[in-house]
Design a protein. Structure first.
Length: 145
């Protein structure tokens, strides 16, 4: 038997012997569940501390979407004439986010188009460069050895 099981069994037996009245099935289930959860939580906490030297667990930074929601929610809360409930506020902010994402996508598309145009112009310039010494390069065969 593992140490986890022996500790669980000893705690359950202590609980049963400490009861002076008859224990119902539901009471026993609840007590066993509580003891089990308590042991699991203590194991998880001790396991996390050994992995991380810090007492605090590391959290990843909020996403751009999360920061947008937070700032927009603060703006709506500070408005005195705002009568929207929580669901309406989230719908409103979600629509604002969609508009922002649409603008960002349009900007990205425009940048990609500009980059393609620049590449095409560079390719055209390379093709127009005069051939040195009047010799044409051999296509696909590489330099002569």
């Amino acid at each position: 038997m593992t140490t986890n099981n022996t500790e669980l069994i000893s705690r359950i037996s202590e609980y049963i012997t400490s009861q002076t009245n008859e224990i119902t099935k539901n009471e026993l289930k609840k007590a066993v569940g509580d003891i089990f959860d308590e042991l699991k939580k203590s194991k998880k906490k001790s396991g996390n501390k050994s992995k991380n030297n810090n007492d605090e667990t590391k959290k990843r930074p909020p996403s751009v979407y999360n920061m947008f929601i937070k700032t927009q929610m603060e703006i709506l809360k500070n408005q005195t004439n705002n009568v929207m409930n929580g669901k309406q506020k989230m719908e409103y902010i979600a629509n604002l986010w969609k508009q922002e994402k649409g603008k960002e996508e349009e900007i990205k598309e425009e940048e990609e188009i500009k980059e393609k145009e620049i590449k095409e112009e560079e390719e055209i310039k390379e093709e127009e460069q005069p051939i040195k010494n009047g010799k044409t390069p051999r296509k696909g065969l590489g330099p002569k050895k």
